[in-house]
Design a protein around this ligand. Sequence first.
Ligand code: 1GP
Length: 240
Amino acid sequence: KEVFQNIVASINKGERLLAILIDPDKMELERVSDFMSKVKASIATHIFVGGSTVDPFKTDELIQKLKGLTELPIVIFPGDVSQLSSHAHALLFLSLVSGRNPEYLIGKQIEAVSVLRTMNIETIPTGYLLIENGKETAVERVTQTKPLSRHDIQHIVDTAVASQLLGMKCIYLEAGSGAIQPITADIIQAVKEELTIPLIIGGGITSKQQLDNAYEAGADLVVIGTAFEENASFFEELNT
Ligand code: 1GP
């Protein structure tokens, strides 16, 4: 249970955690070592690996390569059962609690058990909430679920609290990869106020200002993918 315990310990010390999300479909193996040298010089604390459509072998291959290049914990943020790899340090064991598709609430999780049985990997039970951001996201398309309205903050808070009561160890508020509008400070604040477990925020964060806003509002761990893929100077921007 090391990865989760270390996350909690860091949060208790007041540290701000940042995960760089690498999509195995978009990261060519030849580019990994250069990318990881930038990660090393950055404020990143975690590597997340995942995407909504990924060739099963690619995830494992990428994680093995990453392991030789970083000391940071590598956490699988799976889009599907095919993305499990015994080489990662931990797996976010997600349930899409914002949606009403039984496959993504419990079906995929049951499917994953026969694979997990063959691996010795830490699992972190995570309540995953998709929040509308202004455009349709890959999560919505793949899972055939509707995101929660960003205006109904009470419903978002109640969903997060229900997940905590069910025993989830983390809550992940997701605006979707490449979201137009990241999760707003109002939502983060309201959810954080009622949670005792770590709060992860991701989707559409493309500037240092937006990152700081998320932390100020109460995010414990922020996940950024697209900004690192599309803007080579984003690493430097974060270090200023
Ligand atoms: C997506 O929350 C993550 O699942 C990160 O989103 O790619 O927009 O940073 P971005």
